[in-house]
Design a protein around this ligand. Structure first.
Ligand SMILES: C=C(O[C@@H]1C=C(C(=O)O)C=C[C@H]1O)C(=O)O
Length: 369
């Protein structure tokens, strides 16, 4: 009997070789990519093909897992998989004072007129008794609507996540992205009612995306903002689409990343504030990851009508990238879970703290269950 994908990635991990396994939102298939040497490939201009893993700080290199071997497998949901409705009890209070101070400092900076929004975050360290492979399997069972992944490179480390946020999807010249911000805890039977703070912070993201793409993309379409559920949280989402014309992927990515959903406004000042004040290195959290320039071969069966026309085959060029949120880094039995949220002039520090706790449960449910 051939080994299932979980056993195959275990073997690759034991050999210390790079791999990624992932499932796209609402898809039933796990895709696996193996690189068969230890080389750390770096993206230079986004014309490369492979699985990209890019950090928050774009001065750090985006890493590419080269597709030496690739396969796909249907994911069999465990019928008896029991969702854990309880937010795991973890005493996070030792970090609270520092986070409240950081939030207050950000609000002061916003009030002084230098910033409009800044996304602050923190990391939570916990011990786990579970293997990364069991955690990945639990992620797949628990979050069918997210982009779920496990990513490894011996020179970088082991990361796992289940993100709800599309960073950028392209198919030949068409482009799709989303503006996602504003957070509320889901309560059974209730639909969310959004306050000014969340509506405003999400609108800032939408406007940023629109103006970043304006001179690079034609037929830009921006949907109405709607409520969007991810795990136990609600967010506000706007879909954006357009035509890339002759713009290069590198230019588009450079204009968007990092968006105010994970960094802030103005982009440069917010990034500086984060790098100077957050007290830890985000590394790949709030970066982006996914398929870069994958070729899809579309072959159509010949019909009588097009028999003279021999162009039955078209090759599509596809890129499918997600923001690296609701994620964790694993080192032995220690897990670092990353969480953050947008701060504006309307922020209340205590509520912002609670929001990071609510967000932490997406991963803690998996780590501590
Ligand atoms: C920064 C995170 O999430 C981002 C921030 C949000 C917010 O500020 O409300 C909502 C969704 C994400 O765009 C995170 O989950 O760590």
């Amino acid at each position: 009997m051939s080994l299932g994908f979980l056993d195959q990635i275990k073997v690759q991990f034991r050999k210390g070789l790079p791999f990624v396994a992932y499932r796209k939102p609402n898809e039933g298939e796990i895709k696996v990519i193996f690189q068969n040497d230890l080389e750390l490939h770096k993206v230079t201009d986004y014309t490369e093909s492979g699985f990209v893993f890019a950090p928050f700080d774009e001065r750090g290199p985006a890493v590419l897992i080269r597709k030496d071997e690739a396969f796909a497998e249907a994911f069999e949901f465990e019928p008896e998989y029991a969702e854990n409705p309880i937010i795991p009890a973890l005493d996070q209070d030792s970090d609270k004072e520092l986070y409240l101070k950081l939030t207050e400092q950000a609000i002061k900076r916003i009030d002084s007129g230098n910033l409009k929004k800044v996304v602050l975050s923190r990391s939570i360290e916990v011990e786990t008794t579970k293997t990364p492979f069991v955690m990945f399997s639990d992620l797949l069972n628990q979050y069918p609507k997210a982009f779920c992944y496990i990513w490894f490179h011996p020179k970088i480390g082991l990361w796992l996540g289940a993100t709800p946020e599309i960073f950028l999807e392209t198919e030949n010249n068409t482009l799709r992205t989303m503006s996602l911000a504003g957070t509320q805890l889901h309560r059974v039977g209730e639909t969310p009612i959004w306050k000014e703070k969340e509506l405003e912070e999400q609108e800032m993201v939408t406007q940023f995306i629109q103006s970043a793409l304006e001179d690079k993309v034609s037929s830009l379409e921006v949907s109405r903002a709607t409520s969007f559920k991810a795990g136990n949280l609600w967010h506000i989402k706007t879909s954006v689409s357009g035509n890339m014309n002759n713009s290069r992927l590198e230019e588009i990515i450079g204009a968007l990343h990092p968006t105010p959903a994970v960094c802030g406004l103005p982009k440069k000042a917010a990034k500086e504030f984060i790098l100077e004040n957050e007290n830890y290195d985000r590394q790949f959290y709030t970066g982006f990851l996914g398929e870069l320039n994958f070729k899809e071969d579309i072959s159509r069966p010949s019909t009588r009508r097009n028999q003279e026309n021999r162009a039955y085959r078209t090759i599509k060029n596809k890129t499918s990238l997600f923001v690296n949120l609701r994620c964790m880094q694993i080192l032995g039995n220690t897990v670092s879970v990353y969480v953050g949220g947008g701060i504006t002039s309307r922020s209340v520090p205590e509520k912002e703290w609670q929001e990071t706790k609510d967000k932490s449960s997406t991963m803690l449910k998996i780590v501590l269950k």
